[in-house]
Design a protein around this ligand. Structure first.
Ligand code: SAH
Length: 186
């Protein structure tokens, strides 16, 4: 069967992230991706997880505590500040974004075009060889199209000598289903 959007994003990260790696969840939200990354890198690795909403940080913290994960640094700040929080000596072995709004929460608090691009740009410059940024693009909400177009524009212009960039998308589904943009460092 063709993999769904989140399973596809997880699979490509799982194939490239190893125990001991340093990885990023750029939008921790309800914490499911943070937990997934935490298990992949294990106790010798480290996850940096960002979210601008207190509620998302708290939900993620509870999920991690219930799963005995202690390798995550939760950062209540914008993902565009990656270089402020992650020391320059760390190469990034993988990252995930879930764009859009936090489900069952304020639909007005959404990821924004400019900060999303800055975060992708900062991460791309720090990727380890073969590391992947998986961007799950939700765009059905107000403002979503503007961000989607900008992310496609930015990532499609990344130098093909340095990066492979693809989209994974179901093109016959209704209601603007999410899709993946994956950026891999060569
Ligand atoms: N739409 C997805 C979930 C997106 S969650 C779904 O349906 O599953 C997106 C998260 O990004 C939210 O928790 C939101 O608070 C967070 N966010 C928005 N802008 C951000 C920023 N600049 N930096 C970090 N997190 C941000």
């Amino acid at each position: 069967m063709l993999k769904g959007i989140i399973p596809f994003a997880h699979q490509i990260l799982k194939e490239t992230i190893k125990e001991g790696d340093v990885v990023v969840d750029a939008t921790s939200g309800n914490g499911n991706d943070t937990l997934f990354l935490s298990k992949l890198v294990g106790n010798s690795g480290k996850v940096f997880a960002f979210d601008i909403q207190r509620q998302a940080i708290e939900t993620t913290k509870d999920l991690l505590t219930n799963n005995n994960c202690s390798n995550v640094q939760l950062i209540h700040d914008s993902h565009e500040k990656i270089n402020t929080y992650i020391q320059a000596e760390h190469q990034i072995a993988g990252a995930i974004f879930n764009l859009g709004y936090l489900p069952r929460s304020d639909k007005k608090i959404i990821t924004q075009r400019d900060s999303t691009i800055r975060a992708i740009d900062s991460l791309a410059q720090r990727l380890k060889k073969h590391a992947i940024i998986a961007i799950v693009v939700y765009y059905g909400h107000e403002g979503g199209n503007k961000e989607k177009d900008a992310v496609i524009d930015f990532t499609s212009k990344l130098d093909q000598k340095q990066f492979s960039v693809l989209t994974y998308q179901f093109i016959n589904q209704k209601n603007n289903p999410p899709f993946v943009i994956a950026v891999q460092k060569k």
